[in-house]
Design a protein around this ligand. Sequence first.
Ligand SMILES: Nc1ncnc2c1ncn2[C@@H]1O[C@H](COP(=O)(O)OP(=O)(O)OP(=O)(O)O)[C@@H](O)[C@H]1O
Ligand SMILES: [Mg+2]
Length: 270
Amino acid sequence: MAAPVLEFSRVTLIFDDVVALENVSFRVGAGSSLVILGVAASGKSVLLKLSMGLLRPDAGQIYLFGEKIDDLPEQDLFVFRRQVGMVFQESALFDSLTVEENVAYPLVNQEGHAPPPDQVEARVRQALSFVELEQAIDKLPSELSGGMRRRVAIARALVNDPRLVLYDSPTAGLDPITAHTIMTLVLKARDTANVTSLLVTHRLQNGHLLANFRYDAASGTLVPAAHNGASRRTETRFLVLHKGKLMFDGDQEELNRQTDPYVRKFAMRL
Ligand SMILES: Nc1ncnc2c1ncn2[C@@H]1O[C@H](COP(=O)(O)OP(=O)(O)OP(=O)(O)O)[C@@H](O)[C@H]1O
Ligand SMILES: [Mg+2]
């Protein structure tokens, strides 16, 4: 595996009487993808929040870009968070801010590192053009469809050119065609900007797309990744969580061979 971008070593987090994560270890290599599966309340969002220091573990170590971040003071975390994009569950856009202000938010709210205003606008436009939503720049979130809001959330996550992007259920509640559009953007970010991706999803098809497809810039669509041709097959691993415990960590073929009934729920039935 390439040098790990993210590593959890025996991470545990307990809220009052709920064990949100228990003794979880895994690594994600640069440029690869990690698909995180599990029923509601299994610890998926908690895992993403720990990855960028929004939560801290009660035990264990978390390494981001090779540095131990779990006990860093808040002000030392900013430099790491700048290199991580997060697409929050349900998009979490600011209702009273325009699309432009929402996407600009991570740029202008960084301690001492905000670019000058003309650069902010250029980068916001670039991020919106990446998700093909430049025309919505002056709109409010309430004026957008659910799928468009997800695209704005992705633009906001990418505006800082992050090395790692965390997607929390970005296709939940969308129709299959819009969900495919969102996954096309996830693969586009991975394949054109070499972004390392963590994707929480309930939709098995999304993991299949990450593991077996690539973004084709000429057509703007997803095409099967060649297994032994010019383009490399992308490295995609799957984690299955249950009540905070890691039940499975492996590739798609290993997942499909699992016999545990809970893990099998997440195997691809193709
Ligand atoms: N800030 C918090 N305070 C207290 N308990 C929390 C907090 N955040 C999460 N939890 C608890 O930790 C457990 C895991 O929550 P998490 O949000 O990671 O679930 P999830 O797998 O993302 O579920 P879903 O698929 O519904 O989004 C749950 O029992 C939840 O109630
Ligand atoms: Mg969640």
